[in-house]
Design a binder for this molecule. Sequence first.
Ligand code: GBH
Length: 495
Amino acid sequence: MSSKISRRTFAKVASTAAFASTATTALSAVASQPGGASGASGTSAQSTGREFPKGFLWGSATASYQVEGAVNEDGRGPTIWDTFSHTPGNVVNNATGDVADDHYHRYKEDVQLMKALGVKSYRFSIAWSRVFPQGAGTPNPKGLDFYNLLVDELLANDIQPFATLYHWDLPQTLQDSGGGWESRDTSKAFGDYAGYVAEHLSDRVKHFFTINEFGAFVELGYRIGIHAPGLKLPAGRFNQTRHHAVLGHGLAVQAIRAKAKAGTKVGLAENMTICVPIIETPQHIEAATRAARELNAPYMTVIQEGKYTDAYLTATGPNAPKFTPEDLKIISSPLDFAGINIYTPTYVRANSSPLGFIVVPHPKSYPHMASSWLSIGPEALYWGPRHVAKIWNVKEIYITENGCSSSDIPAPDGTVYDTDRVMYLRNYLTQLQRATADGVPVRGYFLWSLMDNFEWADGYTNRFGLHYVDYASQKRTPKLSAAFYREVISRNAVV
Ligand code: GBH
């Protein structure tokens, strides 16, 4: 080894320790600058064969209520999350999204964070109650203005906007008038709102997601009651609520098709239960594939297949949702792509039960990230898209969220050395790369999240960002994981 290399190696090691004087010097020492000599250097430890397909779309993601703040500005109407978070006892430390990351005022700075990362795309959500303060009726042009500005700023920086129409901030009026998603009126209002937004943004936004995570907001908000609107509905009403959510999705797809410019693509962003075979043998793979259909029956499966599975209807019995054949047609309106949010694995094995599979619960010692629900299973990022492509013949898949919480305490030099997040991402991306190498049509990946933000019922206690946010000053600082991700993007490979 030449003395030149060993000096450089020493400098790298030294600067990652407490020798570095500032966060910036430390981070530029552990990763190359964008456009730098990445990948080409003979000293790179990168092994071969870890590249993603050419043109793979690297991105990051946020959602309106989690980052925007400015809840009383420019005519925004109240939402169920304003009400829920302002009701003491619902959110850790009674935190609210009143200010959050103040992204509404700092979006230009935030676009520069994206640019420095090198992301090619950004997934954000539109606050329905900015556009229609009452959920329906008269639109508020000032509300849409914010998204016009954001989209223009993204495009001026060569970042493709991917817009989510519903990331849980339902206008409060719709909850008050008909029980929110308990009512078909909400499905209908959602369709109208989606069409209106598509009409006004689709000259520049080419990809829309209807709804983010049926499997989270319906279950947690209307069955378990730990998210807004905080209800614990009985089974019949609850299953009907599930049905109205997927119906709202279908109506939105149709409205977008009717109102958007030609070439606009539409899909969804669903946190499917990701069924991972306990061992990769044909029998367990077969069991995991069956499980993927059944365990996602009320949402992804009915959307893809246009019918509820027999097992779902049997299991819900007298509490099954009431629907018409026309509903099922709307719900299964053809999509251009599927988005899947993937965090944790559900292990499945074959057995001799009628359905041929059984879920294997995580042992008590199973490792998780800072959020206790966030069990680590990198292969979820392989099996998730593989199932979607195989079972439903989906030709275009995006990972619309993946990422993790970490304790994220700044070191004396100001940097967060989130080696656990880097470990998590490296292992998950390795499995995603495996999927693309196997021909699974994954076109892009949105890392959750661009920056720390309001983590729903956890308030500000769990941080998911690539950028650390000091909420008192609103200062954003890239973490080690930001340097890691920048390197992944610039090499288009796992590093
Ligand atoms: C996503 O949800 C959301 O789309 C995003 O807004 C969120 O910030 C991100 O992930 C990180 O959480 O309290 O133990 O009952 C992921 C699915 C649903 C997982 C809610 C955690 C609560 C578990 N999440 N769930 S628990």
